[in-house]
Design a protein around this ligand. Structure first.
Ligand code: 3EB
Length: 351
């Protein structure tokens, strides 16, 4: 995709070993990135914000590609900075930021699980930065932390995270219903709470899925506080619509479907994504989004399921997807796969 909006935002998937070979001009164009490797590739340092996540690639047969980077580029002149624990870089239109917090450094108290307190602290810092820097609209959050399904302090860690996240939204006077950002939340293989985000000066539109109850309205059987995310966000950058689809799983209404069946869970997830794409297209003049043109990140709970997921995606989409496949725990213990996607931006280096 070319044109000014293509230059405003371009996604590149880059194998780890190619990062060292990039030019100064390449580095100057990077808004930020997320590296997935097991163990996390913490030896990489860059002038731009890089979140190094401890996560296995699901494609373990390619030994030389033990790590992959999701790099977001912009052709705008970029400036970097630091706010508390957050590293960020921005142009006129977009800001990418990320932070990693270590749970062990969180002061212990009796009422808050460390992860809950850390999630609140992280999101408070993020919202402060966005307020002072003038990028109020978050298009997309990425959330990673280990042992996402483990119970501690009498409550599952994903649910602890949801309490802390929602408290930070409320503390900032942000709505926790309707116009919330798109997001994903996955279990990493180690490390602290790691969050990345992409924000814009311009407001975005949240998209919901008629096949699913909005996550911010989930009933309390999924935790005392509902998760604060929308099914997708849509933003118009220089006349071009760009879509960020949240992590999408085999959930219809609010229930997990097809327990134990990876093929059916993949198909259900894709029906949900197709439904979100349809809703997004309705909000645009040209209905530009197609499943075959999206960039996907796919998280499989069991690496053995990779071939089934790839087969079902290719069958459903009609062509092999532009996708990165990772092995991660999904935020409900009965979900085997979660698929996120984006479209409307330029795309480079996809397989
Ligand atoms: C779901 O639909 C699956 O808590 O930020 C997907 C995307 C999920 C984002 C989040 C959780 C989140 O409920 C889980």
């Amino acid at each position: 995709m070319t044109g000014s909006a293509g230059e405003l935002l371009r996604l590149e998937y880059l194998p780890l070993q190619r990062l060292g070979a990039q030019s100064e001009a390449w580095h100057a164009s990077v808004l930020g990135g997320i590296g997935y490797a097991q163990p996390a590739s913490t030896h990489v340092s860059a002038a731009w914000p890089l979140l190094s996540v401890n996560m296995h690639l699901a494609q373990t047969e390619i030994e030389t590609e033990a790590a992959v980077y999701e790099i977001w580029h912009s052709a705008e002149k970029l400036t970097e900075g630091q706010h508390g624990d957050i590293r960020y870089r921005h142009g006129d239109t977009l800001l990418f930021g990320c932070l990693s917090l270590d749970e062990a450094t969180m002061p212990l108290d009796d009422t808050h699980a460390p992860l809950q307190a850390m999630a609140e602290a992280a999101y408070r810092q993020i919202f402060e930065l966005l307020a002072v820097s003038g990028f109020p609209a978050v298009l997309r959050f990425w959330n990673y932390f280990p042992a996402i399904n483990r119970v501690s302090h009498a409550i599952e860690r994903y649910r602890q995270f949801n309490i802390g996240r929602q408290d930070a939204f409320l503390a900032q006077g942000r709505s926790v219903i309707d116009n919330v950002p798109a997001a994903c939340a996955l279990g990493s293989a180690g490390g602290g709470l790691q969050i990345a985000f992409l924000a814009s000066r311009q407001s975005s539109l949240s998209i919901e899925n008629p096949r699913q109850i909005s996550a911010f309205n989930y009933p309390s059987e999924y935790g005392p506080r509902s998760p604060s995310f929308s099914r997708a966000s849509l933003v118009n950058l220089a006349g071009q619509p760009i879509l960020f689809i949240s992590g999408t799983a085999s959930i219809v209404g609010h229930r997990s479907m097809h327990i134990g069946d990876i093929t059916a869970q993949t198909q259900e997830s894709l029906r949900n994504i197709a439904s979100v794409v349809e809703q997004a297209n309705r909000q645009t003049a040209t209905a530009p989004f197609r499943l075959a043109n999206l960039a996907y990140t796919v998280y499989v709970r069991h690496a053995d399921d990779l071939a089934s997921v790839q087969r079902e995606m290719t069958a459903f989409i009609g062509t092999p997807p532009n996708a990165v496949f990772l092995q991660a725990d999904v935020c409900r213990a009965d979900l085997l796969v979660e698929i996120e996607a984006s479209g409307g931006h330029a795309l480079a280096g996809a397989n």
